[in-house]
Design a binder for this molecule. Structure first.
Ligand code: AHR
Length: 827
């Protein structure tokens, strides 16, 4: 039984809650919450005397960061005969009031938080404190019924979430044999998105600095601050050992104002060493080449070495007698490999020197680019065969308050002119991996760039700046001639200037370098040809407040006006349902936004019970980018359920035009979010079992979905034990790829039994046009509760016919690729 049917049956079966002749026309309700907590529920009463509690949250405070805020104070509810209204104080310290309204009591408009003057705030607190006492409302009985039905449905969803899927399969273990047949109907097909599988790269968990970005020196520019991470400063990751040298951080005369700090070493007696620890040490390979560079000023001699276990593996001496900054360079070839080397700078004589921007790069980067990417990691990602890359992040894009919103221009140009910033994930962004490098990587791996920028508001959970949550960048009209309190690059930041940044990005990426100064910057950086950017993401799972909406539409309309050829990807909140989702979709439809970005991190049970989620989406208008999703684990069960869900997404890939697992990368020891697709450290890559599912699907995508009929049987019977259950545990998808002509059949089984699978391609199938054996990729594991690794993970081949049979092990993901012969008869 699918979720929709179940929902309808549930709603029909709640007979005690039906509004019928026997029920009153009206009922009393009152708010039920505890002062200073997050969630708001209700009690109801027929006689205003005896009350029943409804254990269902009608809204939460959504103000400020998780944990310390998101609180309700003095909640007042009102009903005017048509709509419900609420006002409450979200924080006793911030002069703001939360407001929201609802047409039905269960779906509340995302909250807005108008700022009040100190006097108005005191008056509002007093007004709401009074109104929230004995706050009893008389409402239509039918509204209560609708609310109770919602509550019932939420209960069912909570059960789905808890279903551990594999553990609830009490049936298949009892079966003697398990067979499936897939009848493929080539006459029944539809076009689907050729860009379904992509990646979402966010600078989270050291994904960029210390991760994909191949720079080996940590805090190379002495720009770390306590804003990045409590206790950090410009000297973090460096230490001075020995005596005779005084080490200071100076800002008097930097290389560039965006890179304001540098090190000043005043040596009286040589012998001290300034040491950089790298990101968990500096990994080196014997005989490989490394580009060392740094800026030096002053007079004296320094020795720079790569050192492991007290031994110098490479070193060079530099002399300076410069009043101005001068970049020094040398190529190091370490004599031995090391996992945790350090970089040592040693003044060799008395005197004063300034040092900045100390950089060490392996020459062997992905595709050999200077300032490039870590080769093994970039290749592992490329192996997913992503058709697009969304970057530079989710929360990292819209940032920790308005001042931390990501400005793409801050990430291009000479490295020491880029603007480093704090990273919302509690570390530092050098932006050495910036927009140029992201676009270059997309080009290298044949993926469409999908940059995503803030919708003029910061992260909805920000604790810095912008009047608590979602205080947006001001419009000029709001400033009444006063300068904006926010600046970017030394200039006042307004929505008008921010819109121009978005338009400039398109010009920078796609413009003609001969005529456009912005495009010339791209050409000077090494890419004269346009990057051919087609998509722009605006917003990241934001609260769909009025502040947001005004800015979001302003940006979308402004970009569309300047560049109608760009496809906009909008946003619909952080969950698969709820206010932001509903209102995000409403505005997307009303404003003809081409694609919206859905996010949901749910349990395996949710995915298992929502396989029909997209079957019921409208086929016209706004399309879906399933931009962030994962099933909360790196166990085999998670990987299986993600594969199962993807077969359903493929069936709906006329609506879901893009998808990406999240997060992609996490460095061991610096993981801010679990689970991730790929874990790594300085020397090892640890792709998860989930990774291999996403790789199998990414490498075997199609652009035409072919309907097929799958019949699964235990002991010769269809679902003999639990009707409907088996059909949910074995799913398949058939697609064809017009570029190669190949037919791809994917079968996912969450069943504990080996499966004899018969594929029926039909009597009319032109067998001679295809290779006689199909590529057969198989992932399987005996224990679904195992972590991270499949027992079988291989690609072999199987012979095919118009009808053929293969054996699939228990708990498996199988991809059969039937390859079309090339014109010469060979592949
Ligand atoms: O993927 C991790 C985070 O999840 C993203 O930054 C954000 O968009 C979402 O909340």
């Amino acid at each position: 039984m699918n979720r929709l049917t179940l929902t309808l049956l549930t709603l029909l079966s709640v007979s005690s809650m039906m509004a019928g002749d026997n029920n009153p026309d009206s009922v009393y309700i009152r708010p039920s919450y505890r002062e200073g907590t997050m969630s708001m529920q209700l009690d109801y009463s027929i006689d205003k005397k005896h009350w029943t509690h409804v254990s269902y949250t009608i809204f939460n405070s959504d103000y400020g960061p998780w944990g310390s805020q998101k609180k309700l104070h003095f909640v007042a509810l009102r009903y005017d005969g048509k709509k419900y209204y609420t006002e409450f104080i979200p924080s006793l310290n911030d002069p703001q009031v939360a407001i929201s309204e609802s047409e039905n009591l269960y779906l509340w408009k995302p909250q807005d938080y108008p700022v009040l003057s100190a006097a108005d705030f005191e008056a509002k607190k007093a007004e709401l404190a009074a109104a929230s006492k004995n706050n009893v409302l008389c409402i239509p009985y039918r509204d209560l019924v609708a609310l109770l039905q919602r509550a019932k449905l939420a209960g069912l969803n909570a059960q789905d979430e808890k279903d551990n899927v594999i553990g609830s399969d009490h049936v298949s273990k009892l079966a003697k044999d398990f067979t499936t047949t897939i009848d493929v109907n080539f006459a029944d097909s539809k076009a689907i998105s050729p860009n379904l599988y992509g990646i979402f790269f966010e600078d989270i968990s050291y994904a960029a600095d210390g991760g994909l970005y191949a720079e080996l020196i940590q805090n190379r520019d002495f720009e770390y601050t306590a804003n990045d991470h409590k206790g950090w400063n410009a000297q973090t990751a460096w230490q001075l050992k020995g005596n005779g040298t005084e080490w200071k951080i100076n800002t008097a005369d930097p290389i560039h104002s965006n890179n304001a700090h540098y090190s000043e070493l005043v040596t009286t007696t040589p012998g001290a060493q300034l040491i950089n620890e790298g990101f968990d040490g500096i990994p080196l390979k014997a005989k490989a080449k490394y580009d060392l560079s740094f800026f030096l000023r002053g007079s004296g001699k320094v020795k720079v070495s790569l050192v492991s276990n007290g031994q110098a593996l490479a070193s060079a001496t530099f002399s300076t007698n410069n009043k101005g900054w001068k970049q020094q360079k040398v190529v190091f070839t370490p004599t031995a490999s090391a996992d945790k080397a350090t970089l040592v700078i040693e003044p060799l004589n008395a005197g004063m020197i300034d040092i900045d921007f100390v950089s060490l790069f392996p020459q062997e980067t992905f595709k050999g680019h200077k300032n490039g990417l870590r080769k093994d990691l970039a290749q592992l990602i490329a192996d997913l065969h992503p058709r697009f890359v969304r970057f530079p992040g989710g929360c990292a894009t819209h940032g920790q308050g308005i001042n931390n919103i990501y400005h793409w221009q801050a990430s291009v140009g000479p490295l020491w002119e880029r603007q480093p910033d704090m990273n919302i994930w509690n570390y530092h962004q050098t932006r050495g991996l910036g927009f140029y490098e992201y676009f270059q990587y997309c080009e290298d791996i044949g993926a469409e760039p999908l940059p995503v920028l803030a919708a003029g508001v910061p992260c909805q959970n920000s604790w810095k700046g912008g009047n608590g949550q979602q205080g947006g960048i001001p419009f000029e009209k709001e400033l009444n001639g006063k300068p904006s309190p926010y600046t970017y690059n030394g200039k006042p930041l307004t929505m008008e200037s921010y819109l121009q940044e978005l338009i400039d990005l398109i010009e920078w990426a796609n413009g003609d370098a001969k005529t456009s100064p912005l495009a010339r910057l791209r050409a000077e950086a090494g890419h004269p040809k346009p990057f051919n950017m087609k998509y722009l993401g605006i917003g990241n799972e934001d609260l769909i407040s009025d502040v947001f909406l005004e800015r979001y539409l302003f940006l979308i309309n402004g970009v569309k006006k300047a560049h109608p050829e760009i496809t906009i990807v909008g946003t619909v909140g952080p969950f698969w349902e709820g206010s932001d989702y509903e209102y995000g979709w409403k505005y997307a439809k009303e404003n003809n936004i081409e694609i919206v970005d859905e996010h949901y991190y749910n349990s395996p049970g949710w995915y298992f019970h929502h396989q029909d989620y997209y079957d019921n989406y409208s086929r016209t208008g706004t399309k879906v980018y399933l931009g962030e999703w994962a099933s909360k684990g790196n166990y085999i069960t998670n990987a299986l359920v993600e594969a199962l869900y993807l077969t359903n997404v493929e069936r709906n890939a006329d609506v879901v035009v893009m998808s990406s697992y999240a997060p992609l990368l996490a460095k061991e020891g610096h993981t801010s979010w679990n689970p991730d697709l790929i874990y790594f450290n300085n020397t090892e890559l640890k792709p998860t079992c989930n990774y291999f599912v996403h790789r199998a699907f990414g490498q075997n995508a199609g652009d035409e979905y072919v309907y097929s009929n799958l019949q699964a049987k235990y002991n010769g019977y269809d679902d003999i034990y639990t009707p409907g259950d088996l059909a949910l545990r074995v799913r398949n998808s058939v697609v064809t790829d017009s570029k190669t002509g190949d037919i791809i059949i994917k079968v996912v089984s969450l069943v504990a039994k080996e499966n004899k699978l018969t594929v029926n391609l039909g009597a009319d199938f032109d067998l001679a046009a295809y290779n006689s054996s199909a590529q057969f990729t198989l992932l399987s594991a005996d224990n679904p509760n195992a972590k991270r690794k499949w027992d079988t993970n291989e690609t072999t081949s199987v012979n095919i016919g118009k009808t053929f049979t293969v054996t699939l092990p228990s708990y498996s993901v199988a991809v059969l690729r039937i390859q079309k012969k090339t014109t010469k008869g060979k592949k």
